[in-house]
Design a protein. Structure first.
Length: 149
């Protein structure tokens, strides 16, 4: 193509040297101060966000380079599971039925069951009321949150 256009190959591959090259070391103090202000918790992602607020545009790669150069190692924080003690199902309830589930009359004994099902990509709670006379569902309630009492 260069022969057809009668131009030198060097013209085709020519790159300008007018590129603005900034010295990363100019921002080294900014990275170190942002790291120390965060109590040595921030990594390259968060330091980049801090520098962006100061109108300093620096890539995460360059920030990581400066962190490695200055031996800046951030602390890893792990979420800890906290056990929450609740008083659920601790009430002493008397055994009225005494496992006698065969009833003679309708609506003499009604029991309930609370469970959850996935519906429409979300979990919903369903509470069923069942008559023990003929095992028929006589009522239900469906909610996205657990019903209170």
């Amino acid at each position: 193509m260069c022969q057809i256009l009668k131009i030198a190959k060097s013209t085709y591959y020519y790159q300008t040297n007018n590129c603005v090259k900034y010295d990363v070391n100019n921002y080294e103090e900014e990275v170190i101060s942002a790291f120390n202000k965060s109590r040595k918790i921030y990594g390259a992602h968060k330091i980049k966000a801090v520098l962006m607020r100061k109108d300093i545009i620096l890539s995460r790669r360059k920030i990581r380079f400066l962190m490695i150069k200055n031996n800046l190692v951030f602390k890893y924080t792990k979420l800890k599971y906290r056990n929450h003690k609740t008083m659920v199902n601790n009430d002493q309830i008397s055994n009225v039925l005494n496992r006698q589930f065969n009833n003679k009359k309708p609506n003499e004994v009604v029991v309930s069951d609370l469970t959850y099902v996935q519906f429409g990509g979300k979990w919903h709670y369903i509470c069923l009321l069942i008559d023990l006379f003929n095992r028929e569902i006589i009522g239900y309630s469906v909610r996205p949150k657990k019903p209170l009492n």
